[in-house]
Design a protein around this ligand. Structure first.
Ligand SMILES: *Cc1c(COP(=O)(O)O)cnc(C)c1O
Length: 425
């Protein structure tokens, strides 16, 4: 069994798993079962009362999915984690124990396009709201927080421009106002950035991307640092006061630092059902074993491609924070010391038309609405992922009409540069 003091390369292979107790199987078996047999009626009652930890039904917990949750928790330096059916499910699950009608989230303007839509539109159906502010303007973040704010939300490496958020500064604000900072660590992964060390309470992932790494399954994860004092105020009654959805249990009293994780399983997964299936967990466990190797190559390739693009006459600008010319370069060395990831935008002098033409000519780069695959990917955000937004919202999100987003894969970098060279026309 791995412990959290081991190195990242060891944890990504071993954390959360040990040889199967029933068969000795070395790899984590896919426990393709919906339910688990109770020893007797008393055992069943203890499990349902959360007096004993065990498996009941796979909507709540499943050994393959738990192995993945525990591995991601170890890589992030968290106390517990819950896996979900997608990244977007993870975002709703992360907020569910914290929010209620009338409450709000203070969120960065620079987010994944689908997240902006989820927060600005679908939240309303729950009576929740999001206040979007520029997270480089710390006064604006402070000013946006009010008595109804229950979380602060941002991405470590932000979509689509690869901008690095100053998690230390935002974490300070969150601490001062007594609400959790939730960081979407999808584009950075725990190999490049460990948000909990910079003040995050919760870390969310779309495991669909780099953690799985090969574009096979959708999934998500919520990691809890276990460090937030939910009972310090009356803001989080689901955790710190008798929870009517679980016969009056006070989660902070019963579970201490695991209160949030247990609530997410016992109430969140039970009632929302956004569960990851064991087959998906299997693919993601396989992917995670090579996370550090892949990320190192992603970063190396991204740096070379961004450098080449920056020097090309057809290019107006490149947003990659790993370029010494980037205004985010210094911040990158503090927040993401192993590199700025592999996601950035490139603005073309030829404008919107040149972007559409270049995307059409690319051969090695696949034109898809995804990122974080071993394959290099391209998309034109203004006409696709961020199309739902108004022009002003696009500008605030860092989406220019003349910019394409690249997700640099782990192929031979010379082949990637050749493909871009011919595609730019
Ligand atoms: C893809 C993505 C999401 C949404 O995840 P899904 O697995 O597609 O639901 C959220 N945040 C970021 C940064 C993403 O890249």
């Amino acid at each position: 069994m791995a412990d959290q003091k081991q190195g990242f390369d060891t944890l990504q292979v071993h954390a959360g798993t040990e040889p199967d107790s029933a068969t000795g199987a070395r790899q984590v078996p896919i426990y393709q079962t919906t339910s688990f047999v109770f020893k007797d009626a008393e055992h069943a009652a203890r499990l349902f009362n959360l007096e004993e930890v065990g498996y009941i039904y796979s909507r709540l917990t499943n050994p393959t999915v738990m192995a993945l949750a525990n591995r991601i928790a170890a890589l992030e330096g968290g106390q517990g984690a819950v896996c979900c059916s997608s990244g977007h499910a993870a975002q709703i699950m992360a907020l569910f124990p914290l929010m209620a009608p009338g409450r709000n989230v203070v969120a960065s303007t620079r987010l994944y396009g689908g997240t902006l839509t989820q927060f600005s539109q679908t939240f309303k159906r729950f009576g929740w709201s999001a206040k979007f502010v520029d997270f480089d303007d710390l006064d604006a973040v402070r000013a946006a927080v009010d008595d109804d704010t229950r979380a602060i939300f941002c991405e470590a490496i932000a979509n689509p421009g690869g901008v690095i958020t100053d998690l230390d500064a935002i974490g300070e604000i969150a601490k001062k106002v007594g609400v959790p900072l939730i960081v979407d660590n999808t584009a950075s992964t725990p190999y490049l950035c460990r948000p909990i060390e910079h003040g995050a309470t919760l870390v969310v992932h779309s495991t669909t991307k780099y953690l799985t790494g090969n574009g096979t399954v959708t999934g998500g994860c919520v990691v809890d640092s276990g460090t937030f004092d939910w009972a310090a105020s009356d803001k989080f009654p689901s955790l710190s006061q008798p929870e009517p959805a679980y016969h009056g249990k006070v989660f902070t009293e019963v579970f201490g630092p695991m209160a949030y994780t247990f609530h997410s399983i016992a109430v969140g997964l039970r009632d929302l059902g956004m569960t990851m299936n064991p087959q998906a967990a299997h693919y993601t466990l396989l992917g995670i074993e090579t996370l550090s190797l892949r990320m190192a190559r992603h970063v190396q390739n991204a740096r070379e491609v961004a450098n080449w693009l920056e020097g090309d006459a057809r290019v107006e600008g490149v947003t990659y924070a790993g370029l010494p010319s980037s205004p985010y370069y210094d911040r990158m060395t503090r927040i993401c010391p192993r590199g700025a990831g592999a996601l950035f935008t490139v603005a073309l002098k030829g404008g919107y038309e040149a972007c559409v033409a270049a995307v059409g000519r690319m051969e090695l780069f696949s034109h898809v609405a995804n990122l974080g695959d071993t394959r290099s990917l391209v998309i034109h955000p203004a006409s696709t992922t961020h199309r739902q937004l108004t022009e002003a919202e696009q500008a605030r999100a860092g989406v220019a009409p003349n910019a394409i987003r690249l997700s640099i894969g782990i192929e031979d970098v010379n082949d990637l540069i050749s493909d871009l060279d011919q595609a730019l026309g």
